[in-house]
Structures are given as C-alpha cells and as structure tokens.
Design a protein around this ligand. Structure first.
Ligand SMILES: *Cc1c(COP(=O)(O)O)cnc(C)c1O
Length: 380
C-alpha cells in the first residue's frame, strides 16, 4: 500500500544521520566534501545532503520521479528558462506572477527570447499553440491575484503530440491540491517559500518532473548558474513541509468560509474562490483541484483609500506581500504589488482599486470572521 500524504511529508528516504540515531536530519553547512564519498557529493553548489532530503520529500508529494531544489521560486524559473535559446518563443498565460513577467520582459528579452501572452481560459488560446509553434508553454493556475483557473489537461492534450514542453507554476495550489504532471505537464514548478515551507521564514523553489532529460537540465542549471539553495533553508523547508497537509486543511476550511462571508456583504462586487459555484471556471476548478485552496480575492465597491483603510483596520490579517504562511495576510494590489503598473494595464488585468487578495492562515475561524466584520463596518 502506498503511504498517504501525511506519512510522506513526515518521513524521508535518507536522513544522512550516520550512527547517531537522530530522528530529525542534521544540517550540513559545508561547501565541499572529501573526494570519493559514498553519497557522491563533491561541492555544495552541485549537491548537498539537505538538498537531497528535500528533493525526495517533494518528489514523493508530487508523485513524480525527480525534484530539484533552488534558492527561490525565481531561481527555479531562471533554471527552466536558461534551457531555452535565442529566438525561442514562450507562449505565456497573460496573468503570470509579476516576477515571472519581469524576468521574461526585462532580462530574458535581452538575450533574444520572445514571449507571446494569451488568455488560456479562452479556447482561441489553444489554437495559438498550433499557429505560433512555441518552444515552451508557461502556465500558472490558479493565477495571481484573480485566481483564474486554466484547464491544464486541455492545454497538455494539444502540446503533447507536438512535443512542446509545458511548465505549470503550481505555487498557489501545491501538489496536495493539484498535480500538473498527472495532467500532462512536463514541469511542475513551485515557490517553496509559500505553502510548502509555510512559516514565512525561508525562501526556496523547486522543479518536479518525470522526464529524465529535464531532470538533468535542472541539475545542470542548479550547478552551472549558481541557483542552489542553502543547506539551512532546505532544512527549514524540510521541517515546514511536515505539517503541510495539516496546515492546508485548516487554511482551506477557513478560506472557503470567509469567501462565503464576504460574498454575502452588500459592499462586495464579487468574490473569487475556485470551488465556489460562481467562479468563472468552476467546472474546471472542481475537476482539476481537489479543494479550493486558501487564497480568496475580493472586489469591494469602495475607493482606493477606503479599501486601504479596511486592510489596515484588520487585526489578524497583516498587510504584506507573499502568501501561504500559517499567518493570515492581506494584499491590496493597487497600492502594493501593482502600484507601479499603469492604469491601462491594471484595467486590462482586471485589477481595480477595491481589489484585495486574502492569504488565509491557520488562526481560529471565529477570530478571522469577527475581524472581517469589524473592518467591513468601515464600508457601511
Ligand atoms: C512567490 C511566487 C514566485 C516567486 O517565488 P520566490 O520564492 O519569491 O522567488 C513565483 N510564482 C508564484 C506563483 C509565486 O507566488
């Protein structure tokens, strides 16, 4: 019988504990290793016991053959993109994470990499795959901050016979909610900074795959581009992931309830939560995602100032970037993540002044509910 998720995240294949009997793996803060050791280690940029322990747990949760860890989600993205060459076209979902967009437009464009941006919730986007013949397709689902859900299986059904690799940024869902590789993706990429570590105290990234060639490419990029994490951060993330199923369960239950509470409020234009029946891609979301996740996005019928004041009024939701930790956070894109974005682009992305993204934490639901109620009085 195959072990369940709780068991898999708690136990790892090898702890490199030697004859000490230590139950938790040690940290290996070493830059180099004696030549010819049994573990096959030589220099930490190209491998370390703490990387290998985390690789094993991540691959087990994702249900795949290989995982490679990096210093951050952005390092993982860099590792993948570095495998492309001048003139290659990447067909991207138009709503990718801001840092991914910045990397493509301000860094890789200088090296001759081309991008094309389409809305993958529209069936026309699937035709674009045939007409533009990209070297790679880059997806994210659910997207940030509007939680658009893309039918990953439908996209992969087209790319697979054409031999086009598909990358899915799975940070928002995690492998416990959605398994991109099982739906046909080539690479499942995650910022382990978020839910996987879950305690907002380390940065990390990972790329999972069943393709041995892509695995070799990731190992090469980790070493050749210097994208490796620190042994200590890997150790923290290995500790953090042990409670991922427990944390997510509480966070998702809280999020589903808060989404309903918000939807009932008179000053709410709409609520986005993948498993609510009013989500625009609800059918795909329920088929593809085992649960609705723990991010809720809301559009308040309020000015930028009123929305900002509401965010500040909350006691248990800290106004901060990032997501996925045990603590609840709130993000007001108009004054935070998208403050520098032009009004025109914001309108195109669907980001208005009253838009707010909640990353729901593990606090007691009653406290979060009461907190929202008192802050919402500002909009009365
Ligand atoms: C945070 C995030 C990233 C970047 O990860 P870092 O660990 O901050 O470098 C990439 N994609 C998504 C969807 C994210 O949420």
């Amino acid at each position: 019988m195959q072990a369940g998720n709780n068991t898999r995240v708690i136990h790892h294949g090898d702890s490199f504990a030697g004859d000490t009997g230590t139950v938790m793996p040690p940290i290996f803060p070493t830059s180099t290793f004696a030549h010819g050791n049994a573990g096959g280690f030589d220099y930490t940029r190209s491998g370390n016991p703490n990387f290998r322990i985390l690789d094993g747990v991540l691959a087990s949760v994702e249900g795949c053959a290989h995982a490679t860890v990096f210093a951050s989600g952005v390092s993982a993205i860099t590792a993948v993109v570095s495998q492309l060459k001048q003139g290659d076209l990447v067909l991207c979902e138009e709503n990718l994470y801001g840092c991914t967009v910045r990397l493509f437009e301000q860094v890789f464009a200088k090296f001759g990499l081309r991008t094309q941006w389409v809305d993958f919730t529209q069936t026309e986007a699937l035709e674009v795959i045939h007409t533009s013949q990209p070297a790679m397709v880059w997806l994210e689902s659910p997207t940030n901050p509007l939680l658009k859900v893309i039918d990953l299986e439908a996209v992969c059904a087209i790319t697979q016979p054409l031999g086009i690799p598909v990358v899915v940024d799975n940070t928002f869902a995690t492998a416990l909610v959605q398994r991109p590789l099982d739906l046909g993706a080539t690479l499942s990429l995650t910022s382990t900074t978020k839910y996987i570590n879950g305690h907002s105290d380390a940065l990390g990234g990972a790329v999972c795959t069943n393709d041995p060639e892509w695995h070799q490419k990731m190992v090469f990029s980790q070493k050749a581009l210097g994208l490796q994490p620190s042994p200590f951060d890997c150790w923290l993330i290995t500790r953090g992931i042990k409670t991922l199923p427990l944390r997510l369960k509480q966070q998702m239950a809280n999020a589903a309830d808060l989404a309903d509470q918000l939807a009932r409020h008179a000053k709410v234009n709409w609520v986005r939560y993948p498993h609510r029946s009013d989500h625009p891609q609800h059918q795909v979301a329920t088929r593809q995602m085992r649960a609705g996740g723990a991010i809720v996005t809301v559009s308040f019928n309020a000015s930028q100032e009123q929305t900002y004041a509401l965010c500040k009024q909350l006691r248990w939701f800290t106004m901060a970037e990032s997501l996925g930790g045990i603590e609840s956070l709130i993000c007001h894109p108009a004054t935070m993540t998208h403050a520098a974005v032009s009004a025109e682009v914001k309108a195109k992305l669907g980001i208005d002044d009253g838009l707010v993204r909640f990353s729901v934490g593990c606090e007691d639901l009653a406290d979060l509910q009461a907190d929202l109620d008192q802050a919402l009085e500002l909009l009365a």
